[in-house]
Design a protein around this ligand. Structure first.
Ligand SMILES: *Cc1c(COP(=O)(O)O)cnc(C)c1O
Length: 349
């Protein structure tokens, strides 16, 4: 068993969380699904509105501060939680934040461009930029580095948080740390956890937790629900990120392809787009648990969990830990679409 805390201590880190986040039973939703369901509340990490990006950013801001940066740049979807969280942390640390918003989701209305995370970014005084494409990680990063060199010319000391998968997976270190936290927490539970279900996007969360658990000798299966790419592509992404992460940590834990479970049943029609399964997952979770999930990530992940339960991959009565990665401000950005679906149910309109 590897001492993960010693390995993590080699990486600069700005502590932003007052850990641990709670693990809570979701009894009513669980009995509806025939599972013993527990929720890891990473929507309650210590920056307002929480989320998984706070854990990831502890290591990026650690690196930025070690390099003496006074400015941080990041790229993401218009309703990126990453951008909003960078804006919030930069405000707290007295740094300048530049957020580049990409056009990833077609045909959205004014609320999508103004409310939710965008509203919060503007309140914290971040400087927003736009990028006209949405499926071009290399181009988005190039544009970010271009903004960064302009800032250097103006005398600032910028730090870029890149998007592309060829960069060291610094953010995944946050979920290696979360693995240590979860192992400690579940060791005090009267039951053992049979499976963990989480969103799989950039794969920092998925890879971090997978490598962290395996390095600590824990074999709990992890199911990643695809939020951006089809299962075959996502599996490769997770595998490559795991390899890069073990290298970054300096450990020799081989992660095999058959240890990477990905489910894309709820992905269509694509990233950031609501469908019936996601809407139903959001509404059942709110009405049974008063837990709010978002249309882009966590609602889709719960829809994936429901699919895994229905198809008996998660067997009836098993104990399942759902990782709630936050993202709730996006609910308001998708207000028009959510409202019309609610109206259909309430008024048959
Ligand atoms: C970014 C994000 C994810 C995806 O996490 P990755 O580490 O990029 O895979 C999941 N949930 C929420 C709420 C997010 O903001």
């Amino acid at each position: 068993m590897t001492d993960l805390l010693t390995l993590l201590a080699r990486h600069p880190r700005t502590i932003l969380t007052t850990n641990p986040t709670p693990i809570e039973p979701a009894v009513r939703l669980g009995s509806h699904l025939g599972l013993n369901l527990l929720i890891k509340r990473d929507d309650l990490t210590s920056i307002p509105f929480g989320g998984n990006k706070v854990r990831q950013l502890e290591f990026y801001f650690g690196a930025a501060q070690q390099k003496g940066a006074d400015t941080v740049l990041i790229t993401g979807a218009v309703q990126s939680n990453y951008g909003r969280t960078v804006a919030a942390i930069a405000a707290r640390l007295g740094m300048e934040a530049h957020i580049q918003l990409e056009e990833r989701v077609p045909a959205m209305d004014a609320q999508y461009y103004r409310s939710g995370n965008v509203l919060l970014e503007d309140l914290t005084g971040a400087i927003r930029h736009t990028y006209p494409r949405g499926d071009d990680e290399a181009g988005a990063d190039a544009s970010l580095y271009n903004l960064s060199s302009n800032l250097v010319n103006k005398g600032r000391r910028p730090y870029v948080i890149p998007l592309g998968p060829d960069n060291p997976p610094i953010g995944a270190l946050g979920y290696v740390a979360a693995a240590v936290e979860i192992i400690e927490q579940i060791s005090h539970l009267p039951i053992s956890i049979d499976a963990i279900v989480l969103p799989s996007g950039s794969a920092m969360t998925h890879s971090g937790l997978l490598v962290g658990l395996r390095a600590a000798g824990q074999s709990i299966p992890i199911y990643g629900v695809c939020v951006r790419r089809p299962a075959s592509e996502q599996r490769e992404r997770v595998l490559n990120t795991c390899r890069a992460l073990t290298k970054l940590l300096g450990i020799d834990i081989p992660i095999h392809g058959d240890d990477i479970n990905v489910d894309d049943d709820a992905l269509a029609p694509g990233y950031g787009r609501l469908n019936n399964k996601v809407f139903e997952a959001i509404s059942i979770t709110a009405s049974t648990e008063a837990l709010y999930l978002d249309p882009v990530y966590t609602g889709r992940t719960m829809a994936g969990l429901i699919h895994l339960a229905k198809s008996n991959v998660l067997s009836s009565g098993s104990s399942v830990l759902f990782l709630h990665t936050g993202g709730t401000p996006a609910l308001f950005a998708y207000g028009t679409e959510l409202r019309s679906r609610l109206n259909e149910i309430q008024f048959g309109a």
